[in-house]
Design a protein around this ligand. Structure first.
Ligand SMILES: [Zn+2]
Ligand SMILES: [Zn+2]
Length: 164
């Protein structure tokens, strides 16, 4: 799956940002444990900076994800160009706050460390959405689901091959 000659994908950067967030949490956890003990309390002072630096790294990665999605979506007709994000599985279910976005479907644990709602979609296109007037565009599964709910007199059809 990982091909070093291909451009990095947003998914790859997101995974990296998630790893970095894990590191940040581990540093904060170690810091809290050092502070909780009188004997080790004074050794924890560098870890504030360490956590802060890691957090900045994660933020840079997350901002890069947004930029990369915008760039890729603009040049790749196989990526959904709808200018707002959806959950790839549940559609128009996202909420966002403080630069993070999550799916509100109770069965879904997806969340994103950037403003996915305000970022061009960038998911692979899987459907053609045609409105009642005959105008059509390509959309991802989440946007196709959303369109299906709202369209009156239009059609949503799966593309012949959705295997990328
Ligand atoms: Zn979801
Ligand atoms: Zn989409």
């Amino acid at each position: 799956m990982a091909d070093e000659h291909r451009d990095p994908t947003p998914a790859e950067l997101r995974a990296l940002a998630a790893d970095v967030e894990g590191l940040e949490q581990r540093i904060l956890d170690v810091r809290a444990r050092l502070r909780a003990n009188e004997e080790t309390r004074d050794t924890a002072f560098r870890l504030d900076d360490a956590a802060e630096n890691v957090r900045r790294g994660r933020e840079a990665l997350e901002l890069t994800v947004g930029d990369l999605i915008r760039t890729r979506t603009a040049r790749d007709p196989k990526l959904c160009g709808v200018p707002w994000g959806v959950c790839p599985e549940h559609g128009n279910t996202l909420r966002g706050s403080g630069g993070r976005t999550w799916c509100t479907d109770p069965a879904c644990s997806r969340s994103w460390g950037y403003d996915k709602l305000g970022t061009a979609c960038g998911e692979p296109v899987t459907h053609t959405v045609t409105d009642a007037a005959g105008a059509s565009f390509l959309a991802c599964r989440g946007h196709a689901m959303d369109a299906e709910k709202r369209l009156e007199g239009g059609t949503v059809t799966a593309l012949p091959s959705t295997t990328n």
